[in-house]
Ligand binder design. Structure first.
Ligand code: ATP
Ligand code: MG
Length: 137
């Protein structure tokens, strides 16, 4: 079993989709073992997306992620990192497979409703940015 880090992004919380997205996550066999709704600070968002700091959309991305509440989560299950990437679908919803969260709910490549860690190492780093061990049950 494995853990991954998830964010339900501002476009989704704004449209009241937290429950619908959580249903897709749970139906896929992943367990939500930690969850909180927060407003990301500018510093938190900049740090979280630091790997993209040279990309042209970095400023827009940080602005978007701080534009409203997000729900940060830890998901647990077999192959959770890869499994959740599958469940989310492609970054661009136009390329996402049917039934995936992004196909169902994303507005566009920027406002794409969810984040999921892309490796086990990154999952550990990202979880530690938002949760203490005691908050994960
Ligand atoms: P995430 O890291 O959020 O799970 P991802 O791994 O599918 O998504 P990345 O390449 O890591 O995609 O990009 C991080 C985020 O940056 C994307 O989810 C999206 O919100 C934003 N993004 C990526 N490409 C673009 C783009 N061309 N224009 C605008 N925003 C983009
Ligand atoms: Mg990514």
């Amino acid at each position: 079993t494995e853990r991954t880090f998830s964010i339900i992004k501002p476009d989704a919380t704004k449209r009241n989709l937290t429950g619908k997205i959580n249903a897709v996550i749970e139906d896929a066999g992943l367990r939500i073992v930690a969850q909180k709704r927060i407003r990301m600070s500018d510093a938190q968002a900049k740090k979280f997306y630091e790997v993209h700091s040279e990309r042209p959309f970095y400023g827009e991305l940080v602005e978007f992620m701080t534009s409203g509440p997000v729900v940060v989560q830890v998901l647990e299950g077999d192959n959770a990192v890869a499994r959740y990437r599958e469940v989310m679908g492609a970054t661009n919803p136009e390329q996402a497979a049917p039934g995936t969260i992004r196909k169902l709910y994303a507005n566009n490549v920027g406002e794409n409703s969810v984040h999921g860690s892309d490796s086990l190492d990154n999952a550990k780093l990202e979880i530690a940015q938002f949760f203490t061990d005691a908050e994960i049950v």
